[in-house]
Design a protein around this ligand. Structure first.
Ligand code: HQG
Length: 178
C-alpha cells in the first residue's frame, strides 16, 4: 500500500519530537535517530514505510520539519520537541521583529506572564506574519503578537534559528510583546 506522506510526517513528528519510546527508539542527545533503526522499529510496531518514503517526506515537508545528518545516517525534527534535546544550534542575532501566532483565548495570560514554552522545549517564533497566522489558527481564533526580538537581543536574551527557519528562545517577557 502506498504511504500517505501527511500521515508519515505526523508519525515522524510524534516519534522524533515527543514519544520515541513509543516504538522503542532512543534519540541521541541532539535529537537524532538512526534512519535504519527508526524504520525497523516503526515497521515492527505496525507503521510500514521505507527509506525512500522517509526521504520524500523530509524533502517535501512544507515546513522542512526534519533534517538529515550530514553523513546521511540520521534524521531529526528541526524543532518542536517536548523531549529534552540539545539541538546544538549556535545562538545568533535575530531579525529586529519576529511574530508569534496564538489564539485569542491565550492573550490575557500571555500579556501577564509572557510567552512560555508550554509543552515544548522553547518558545517558537515566526519570521513573518503569514506564518504566525497559520500557527495561531491551529489553536483557534488567531491573534498575532509582534515580538521585539532586537530589544531582547540587546538585553542579552539568546535566540536560535532552527534548520527550517523557525526562531527559538526560552521565554519572551510581556514588555517585549505588542
Ligand atoms: C501558548 C508548529 C498561555 C502559545 C508551528 C501557543 C510552530 C501560552 C501554545 C510550532 C503562554 C503552545 C510551535 C502563556 C505561550 N499562557 N498560553 N503564558 N505562552 N502560550 O503548539 O508556538 O506544524 O506548543 O501561544 O508551526 O503554537 O508542528 O506552540 O498557542 O512552529 O511543525 O501556548 O509547531 O509546527 O502551543 O507551535 P504549541 P506553537 P508544526
Amino acid at each position: 500500500m502506498p504511504v500517505d506522506p501527511i500521515q508519515l510526517s505526523k508519525f515522524l513528528s510524534f516519534v522524533l519530537r515527543h514519544k520515541p519510546g513509543e516504538i522503542g527508539l532512543t534519540l541521541s542527545s541532539e535529537g537524532w535517530a538512526n534512519i535504519d533503526e527508526l524504520i525497523a522499529k516503526a515497521n515492527a510496531a505496525g507503521t510500514k514505510f521505507g527509506r525512500s518514503d522517509l526521504l520524500d517526506v523530509v524533502a517535501n515537508s512544507d515546513k522542512k520539519r526534519f533534517s538529515i545528518s550530514p553523513d546521511g545516517l540520521n534524521v531529526r525534527a528541526a524543532q518542536g520537541h517536548s523531549v529534552t534535546v540539545e539541538l546544538g544550534l549556535a545562538s545568533q542575532e535575530p531579525p529586529s521583529l519576529l511574530y508569534h501566532g496564538t489564539a485569542t483565548r491565550f492573550v490575557e495570560a500571555i500579556l501577564s506572564e509572557g510567552l512560555k514554552p508550554q509543552g515544548r522545549q522553547q518558545v517558537h517564533l515566526s519570521f513573518d506574519e503569514a506564518t504566525a497566522l497559520r500557527v495561531g489558527q491551529r489553536h483557534g481564533k488567531p491573534h498575532i503578537f509582534k515580538v521585539d526580538a532586537g530589544g531582547m537581543h540587546g538585553k542579552g536574551f539568546k535566540f536560535y534559528r532552527a534548520d527550517n527557519g523557525v526562531w527559538l528562545t526560552d521565554h519572551v517577557p510581556p514588555e517585549f510583546l505588542a
